[in-house]
Structure formats: C-alpha cells, structure tokens
Design a protein around this ligand. Structure first.
Ligand code: HGY
Ligand code: MN
Ligand code: MN
Ligand code: MN
Length: 398
C-alpha cells in the first residue's frame, strides 16, 4: 500500500463527520481499529509484530535476525478529543512508507528497523500523557498506572485486562529497550515555524499537567441563599482566570480542560468540580511559579466560598534537549534542515531519558494542532517520507 492508500484507509477511523475532529482514545473501538490497521500493515510487509507488556505495538524489519541495535521510529495512534488527523498517525504511516522505499531501493539494513505505536500518548483517556512510553521506560510506577481512571471511572488495570494484558506485569521492559540503539520520531509540526517541508527538533519545553479538585456542597439552585452556598464553581472560575493571568506574568502557556462537574445539572449547585491545568513554558521555574500562583488563587477563592481544594501533579516533563550528535546526524542526512524547539510533548521526549532520540517535523501550513484544521500538504508528507527514509537508511546502515 502506498502512503496515500494507507492514509486514506486510516482517515475515516474515529473521525466525527460533523466537526472533522478525531476521537481515538486508548482501548476504545476507533483506537482498536487503528491498532488492527497497524498490525495489518506490518504483516503485509512481513514485519515481526510485537505487543509489549504495556500495550505498545512494534513492527520489526530485521532481515539478518540480529535483534539488537535497532533503529526505532514510529509515533502514536491515539488522539486528543476532537484532534487532527496527523498528530501521531503521520509518523506511523510515514514509517511504513519509508520501509517500502528502502526495500524498493534495495537497501538491506545492517541493523533492525522498528516501527512503534505507543499507547495513550495524549493521555486523553487516563489523563497521563505518554502513558505507554512512560511505562516502558519506568517514567511512571506500575502501581500508579494501574489505578489511573478514565472519565467513566474505569481503572486502567481493568481496561487493559480486557485486552489480554496482565496488569501485574506492566512496567519497564529492559529487554526491549536493550534491543534499541536510537529512536527517531516523525511528527506533524504543531505550530507555524517551518518555511521548509521538514525540520529537525532541538528540544521540548518543560510541560506538565495538574488536577484541581474543588469540593463544596450540592444543593438546590432555587432555595439556597447565596450566603448559604458552598459552590465549587466559583473557585474553579477563579482558577481559570488566574491561569491566564499567571501565564501572562511568567511568559508561560496555561490551558484548563478535562472539566468534570458533579452532578452537572442546571438547577443543582454542584458538589464537586474537577479541572486539569496544562502548563508549559521556556523554563522549569517559570512553569512552577505559574502553577503555584494558580494554586494560591484557587485556594483563596476556595476559602472565601467554604470549598475544599485539592491539587495533584499528574505528570511533569522537564526540558528535553535532544541528543545533539543524533540531531546533527539527522540534519546532515537531510542535507541540512531547520532546527527548532517544540512546545508539544512526545513519546520521543520520554524515550530521550533512555536512548539517543531525535524528531523530524513536517510542515503544517495552518499551524493548528489538536483540532480538525491540523494539516500537512501531500507534497510535504512525501518530503517527510523521503526524509525519514534517508535518516533510517543512514542510521540502520546497509
Ligand atoms: O500534549 C502534547 O503536547 C502532545 O501533543 N501530546
Ligand atoms: Mn498531540
Ligand atoms: Mn503527537
Ligand atoms: Mn425539584
């Protein structure tokens, strides 16, 4: 199957016909359909397929059966709610297309080439970003992961058990990591910095997620006087505004989402509000100060309204500076390419703690991501495949 044929096959999966946004949450039917597509494409190419103990998928091209020193590429299949078509899948479709090109050109890699589809990269179902690659590398404890719950209250352990994964076995896989020499991820650009079709990543800025829980007192909207209310909506509202104000003060970026209101009626004062804060910025201390100021504002407002507030840090990734030797080698394999940082997190950022890691970005003319307008032109997609082919051919030798 050509790139465009693979792309056409994936495009409708999990896509909302009305908004054009994608809803491919880990272990839900659309994402399972994408997983099946991944396995089909791997088998079509006689690649050895592997699912690790955490549910990450791998397809290996290992003509000499050496198993070791593999060059791994790939990305993720899951999406944010209402996400774009390219964030994740572009890296995987491009990887299969790059293997095809290498074979067409008679390349027999001296090292195995692997294609990964990491599970729950967006954290859209269980809240923690890059859950699959965090488990693989030991960046999250299996105990904590087992207890993570989705928005229906279902535990991660129970969900993966339905897919023949043993929750007792999730966690680092040193054998698998030991078979990999480096990881190169191709991803759609999530911004508008690229003037050329393909760029190379220099770094990922610090970013994290914090869960705010506001507990008040549910009551009747029509019979509870203002002075008798303990309405969690009010400190929540203050938290949202404080997030924007603090970001402005510290040059950071804050976003509030994944809001749950209980019971979320119109004529019932809520008893609880849960809201997640996504915080990112140029430096750790700027992000930390931003979150601290949001927390302080939320606490003050909670006190004023007789509401309890709880803050939990769900995930935090300090700045990732990609391996400079690999970065420069990748740029050289492309005959030179723009080098740029990103404000988006990636599995590559998690794997960078364990392996030399690099990223390629494919130009996005809209600059929009995590929304249906995310885009990459066909010519740029093919430029991305050519770039990945050159990089894999260089790194895997042969
Ligand atoms: O949220 C992110 O930064 C990434 O797109 N997962
Ligand atoms: Mn994303
Ligand atoms: Mn992504
Ligand atoms: Mn009533």
């Amino acid at each position: 199957m050509s790139f465009e044929e693979m792309w056409a096959a994936l495009l409708p999966v999990g896509r909302d016909a009305g908004t054009g946004g994608y809803h491919r949450f880990a272990w839900t039917p659309p994402e399972l359909e994408c997983r099946a597509w991944f396995l089909d494409e791997a088998r079509r190419r006689d690649l050895a397929v592997e699912r690790d103990r955490n549910g990450n998928l791998f397809a290996w091209w290992d003509p000499d059966g050496t198993r070791g020193g593999a060059v791994l590429t790939g990305s993720h299949l899951d999406s944010v709610p209402g996400g774009g078509a390219f964030d994740g899948p572009l890296g995987i479709v491009s990887a299969f297309a790059a293997v095809d090109l290498l074979r067409e050109r008679g390349v027999r890699p001296a090292r195995p080439i692997g294609i990964a589809a990491f599970a729950e990269e967006e954290g859209a179902r269980f809240g923690v970003a890059c859950l699959g690659s965090r488990l693989l590398t030991g960046a999250i404890s299996p105990e904590r992961a087992r207890g993570l719950r989705d928005r229906d209250g279902r535990a991660f352990a129970d969900v993966i058990a339905e897919h023949d994964l043993d929750p007792a076995l999730i966690g680092p896989d040193e054998d698998l990591l030991g078979r990999v020499s480096c990881y190169v991820e191709l991803h759609v650009e999530q911004g508008r910095a690229l003037a050329e079709p393909v760029g190379v990543a220099s770094a990922i800025v610090p970013h994290g997620r914090w869960r705010f829980g506001f507990a008040g007192e549910g009551n009747h909207a029509g019979t509870t006087l203002l002075e008798d209310r303990r309405d969690p909506m009010l400190p929540f509202a203050r938290m949202v505004l404080a997030a924007r104000e603090a970001a402005g003060r510290h040059g950071t970026l804050t976003t509030v989402g994944r809001v749950e209101v209980v019971p979320n009626g119109v004529n019932a004062i809520p008893s609880e509000v849960t809201a997640w804060l996504d915080g990112r910025g140029p430096a750790d201390d700027a992000v930390r100060r931003t979150v601290a100021e949001v927390h302080e504002a939320a606490r003050d407002a909670a006190r004023e309204h007789g509401v309890a507030v709880e803050l939990a840090e769900e995930s935090y990734s300090p700045v990732v500076d990609f391996d400079t030797a690999l970065r420069d080698r990748v740029a050289a394999a492309l005959g030179g390419a723009p080098v740029l940082p990103t404000g988006a997190g990636h599995d590559a950022g998690i794997l960078a703690a364990r392996l030399p890691t690099a990223m390629l970005f494919v130009r996005n003319p809209t600059g929009v991501s995590h929304a249906p307008e995310e885009h990459a032109e066909p010519a740029d997609r093919l430029a991305g495949v050519e770039a990945l082919t050159a990089v894999l051919g260089d790194l895997a030798g042969g």
